[in-house]
Structures are given as structure tokens and as C-alpha cells.
Design a protein around this ligand. Sequence first.
Ligand SMILES: [Zn+2]
Length: 410
Amino acid sequence: MKKTVTAFILLIICLLAAASMTSCGDTQDADVETTPPSETDENTPPPSETPPEDTTETPAPPPTPELNLVPYDGVVEHLFFHEVIAWPELAFNGAYTQKGYDDNMVTVHEYVKILESLHRKNYILVDLNDVWSEFINEKGERRMQRNTLMLPEGKKPIVFSYDDLSFYEYMTGDGFMEKYIIGDDGDVWATGIDPKGNRVISQDFAAITILDKFVRENPGFSLGGAKGCIALTGYQGILGYRTQFDKDNDTQQARLNRMTEIARVRPVVQRLKETGWYFATHSYGHINLERMSLNGVMNDAHRWLDEVGSLVGETKLFIYPFGSRLDGNDVWSTGPALEFYVGLGFRVFASVGREPFSRIKPDITAVMLDRMNSDGYTLRNRRERFMRFYDAQEIFDPMRPTGPGYEVDW
Ligand SMILES: [Zn+2]
């Protein structure tokens, strides 16, 4: 553990500066993210929009401020999710997509139980942007440092990130909601088609709105209203809106559709940012960074900034698709692709691993992280490792598939 306390503190009362390095060099595991490939089929017309219905739900009172804050320099846990499965009977219907959903996703049933368990075990959500910051060292170099977090006594910090919240086209009809929308109350809701074919507008069937609701009901689960990091690709738009530019379908109608989608997603992004959510790049095309040429990496980055960064604003966070790292192994070496991304302003680079590993790079303004995958694979195969968060046996959705290829190790 290395510690560097700085004199100037810009993070107001909450954050003192301290750099730290956690152990665990083994960053890769069988648990590497295996999200679906990046077929860039961009020709499907945008789904039709349905205005939100009235809701009778009244907003919860604002969080009570916690007064007894204590400094914390220990490990910041980091779990990541994908969009949650709203209707398991559709996701687990025996189709070719079933195995991928079983491996990579949790169901609403499991997700709610995960939140309840983490809250019970005294975890508190913190904003990843508050965990690390830049400083200038004695040589005049800009480097990253770990901040000392100020937490309510007895609480343990945890970061959530969410990959691929785009409602990709292949997921349509497979038991997921379709998009996030703004309700008449000005809040974020989600809409989709339920198994009976009825349109649903709800806050109970999608990852973002379920967490929003949980924090409203349990304000002690979030430090200052922090929610999660939304890691977005761009090749099929964002958050259920087909905002991508398709050069093969550059008609006037396609441009108009795209402008409409962009206009519709903007208030959703705005409301998410107002309510503790923040964004990361997940590359434009869900590319495999290890295999991509430097030129390919650069083109992908510019396209993300043009089409997604222009909608979600600046971010210094990069969540690696497939967990594959820039230049092959940017934890221990620094190559041209990492230098390029740091030059664009990115500072925090997160992959997937067994533990919430972190390493501050000594030679460049960057910190390397690993996140732990909260998904069906680890529910089935990594119960012990996740026991500090939740017990897979208690939360496992009985609607998950059974039989060969769908065993559990507990
Ligand atoms: Zn992904």
C-alpha cells in the first residue's frame, strides 16, 4: 500500500488525497466478460415511441445527510452488470441466445436480492469519479492518486458499472425492456412489451430504474446520491435509442429518424446525470482492443466521441469490451493505444477480474482497474468468491435453465 497525501484538496470536505495500490496481479480469469459480438447491423428502423402513462407513485423524501463521516483508504469494491432480464420465461426459452443471457445477465429477481444483500452488509455506492483524481507530482508530472473517501461509519464503498445499456436489436423480444424514457413525473422509467404482448411502462423491470427506486427507499445505500457508471457502445445507439449514423443508409428519412432519436434521448441522459448516474466509453463497436490495430482503435474512439460523447458529455472512464486491454497488457506496460486514450482525456481503465484490482500507472496519467462480474456465470460457479456481497444460493432465480450446461457448483 502506497500513500501520497497532497496539500491541495479540491474535492471539498469529502475527499482527501491518498494514492493506494491493491494487490492481486492476476487480472484475468475464466470470468472474462463475454458479451455478444459487435454485429454492426444498423439498418433496423427505430422503435416507435409511446408516451409514459400517469403514475400514482409519489417520490420518496430526499436522503437524510449522514453526519458521522470517517476516512476510508481501503479497497473499493466494484461489481458490474448488464441490463437485467425482466421476463426470464422469454430469455430462457431454449433459443440460441439463452446460454449468453444465462452467463452474462442477472434477472430482476436476482438483481433486487443483490441490492438488498449489499445494503444489509453495509455497502454504500460511491461514484467512481470520486475514487481517483489527478495531481502534479514533485517532478511536475500529472499522475493519478487514490482519494481518501469520507464514508458514514461502518460503511464499505462499492462501485457499480453497467455495460452495454443499449438494448441491442438482438435482444428484442427476449425478455428485456426496450428503452429508458422520461415519465410525466420527470423521472426515468423504462418501457417494453411484456410476455402477454402488452406495453409496460414501469420502474420495476430495468437495471437503472430498479436501482433508482432502491436508493429512494434506502438512501443510506448511496453516498451523496451516487448510482452507477453506464458504459456505452454506439453502434446501435444508446439506452434504446438508435442514435448511430449509418453511412450505408444515409437517406433523408434516416437522418430525420436519427435526429428524432437524439432529441428523445437527450432528456433521458440529462435526468440520469442529475440523479447520480455517470457515463463511460465501452468503445463504439464493442471491439476487441487486443486484436485491433492502432488505427482501428483510434477510428473507433473518434466515432464514439462523435456519436456518443456528444450526447453524454465528457468522461474519463473507459470500460473495456470483453475485458481485453489496450496494447494487450496496459496494466504493466504502456503502449501507443493507451497513450492515445490518455491524450483524449481518459484516466480510468477498467477490465474484468477475480477481485477489485487496481494499479496506478507510474509513467502516465492513468489508473488500471478490474471489476467483478455479477452475472449468471459467477452465480453458478463463483459462489464463495461473491459471498461477501451475496449468497448465490439464496438469490438464484429458479426460472434459470437447468440440465446439461446449466449446472451450479454449490
Ligand atoms: Zn460489453
